[in-house]
Design a protein around this ligand. Structure first.
Ligand code: PMP
Length: 384
């Protein structure tokens, strides 16, 4: 059997288990309205939490940078792909997040790989929440540090691990802020206090908290009255800010270290200037219109309350991500297809993205959803 036969068989197995993934074409996109494979629908699955992806100011800033600098950065940042707009983006991001310094990466995934693997190595230990994002898990693996997993949001379990790990040079607690597939929030005040007690450091992935949590959407570190700050906060421009790329915020020395050592920064082309322009535009709109964050939470509450009234069990969590746990893979896919027939796109999330037996519909809300969109969603769920 050659290598393609092996792959064919593996794909066949995925089909059989209801786990085959297929691309769908977005033929049209305007705000939360789309046409997917020629079917009109309202999106309840994007990370465009604040509706900034097509905001006129965002497009205008992107366009200005596009015309001024061209389509791409044309080289890695350390060669000749570092423009004033990169500097400006990093400075404004650091200010927004309340950090000393910031470094931007082409994706959030690359930011996590770089930052985490720079913080720890063979002599260290990582304490990682079981449901952390795949990019964090991969980052933990490539760091070569000893990896210990604690049960999801279980601080007793985390404490037990901290008690057993004092022989390591460094201990790093790694956690998502707002968990992307479960929609629940890390109790960061307790985690940072615990870390302080055990002389451990904290790394937070604020990809879904940026633009969503805290006053003006500044993120998880502004949502809680922290006494001790996480050592490093990572975030993305690709979710609530509607653009593309990831960033790492932390002490200036750390950022300087990344610039010299991080392979996913050094050996890749810089973020396209137009993308930086879009992110800057989004941060500017967010500053001028913080009410977008309030609107997002209002919409999330309306939907959560509405679904609960219909008898759906929406687990803990209060923000814009809502899982509806179905269990079986095929059943989750079937439900998603039925919703699409009603003009609503909520995707089915299956293993390995989520643990086996917990296939679900993952619903995400935006400030850009209208009252009519929400009504349409609730009607569709009523018919399910
Ligand atoms: N962290 C989390 C928690 C995420 O959900 C994602 C994206 N799904 C990433 C990191 C990676 O970000 P990006 O899409 O910008 O690579």
């Amino acid at each position: 059997m050659n290598w393609l036969d092996d792959m064919h068989e593996e794909l066949h197995k995925l089909d059989h288990e209801g786990l085959r993934r297929r691309l769908r074409v977005v033929d049209f996109l305007g705000g939360m309205k789309a046409s997917i494979d020629h079917k009109d629908c309202v999106l309840f699955c994007t990370n465009n939490y604040l509706g900034l992806a097509d905001h006129p100011k965002v497009l205008e800033r992107a366009n200005r940078a596009l015309v001024r600098y061209g389509a791409g950065a044309q080289a890695s940042r350390l060669v000749s792909g570092h423009f004033p707009i990169h500097m400006q983006l990093e400075e404004i991001t650091a200010l927004f997040k309340g950090a000393e310094a910031c470094l931007a990466f082409p994706t959030g995934y690359m930011a996590n790989l770089a930052a985490l693997s720079a913080m720890v190595g063979e002599e260290d230990v990582i304490l990682c929440d079981r449901l952390n994002h795949a990019s964090l898990i991969d980052a933990c693996r490539i760091s070569k540090a000893k990896l210990l997993i604690y049960e999801h949001l279980n601080l007793d379990d985390l404490k037990k691990l901290l008690e057993k790990t004092d022989k390591y040079r460094r201990r790093l607690i790694v956690t998502d802020a707002l968990f992307s597939m479960d929609g629940d929030l890390v109790p960061l005040l307790k985690v940072t206090n615990l870390a302080h007690e055990f002389n451990a450091e904290v790394y937070v992935d604020d990809a879904h908290g940026t633009g969503v949590l805290g006053p003006g959407g500044q993120g998880i570190t502004h949502h809680f009255p922290l006494k001790h700050f996480p050592a490093v906060v990572m975030g993305t421009y690709s979710k609530a800010l509607g653009s593309m790329g990831g960033f790492v915020c932390g002490p200036r020395i750390f950022i300087e270290y990344l610039l010299n050592k991080a392979r996913t920064f050094i050996y890749t082309t810089g973020l396209p200037p137009a993308v930086c322009g879009a992110s800057l535009g989004a941060l500017e709109v967010l500053q001028q219109e913080p009410q977008r964050v309030e609107k997002l939470w209002e919409n999330a509450k309306k939907i959560r309350d509405g679904l609960r009234m219909l008898g759906y069990d929406i687990p803990r969590g209060a923000g814009p991500i809502m899982p509806i746990i179905v269990g079986e893979n095929e059943e989750a896919v079937k439900m998603s297809e039925k919703l699409l027939e009603e003009g609503i796109l909520v995707v089915a999330i299956r293993p390995p993205t989520v643990p086996k037996g917990t296939a679900r519909l993952r619903l995400s809300v935006s400030a850009a959803h209208s009252a009519a969109d929400i009504e349409k969603l609730l009607i569709a769920f009523k018919k399910l």
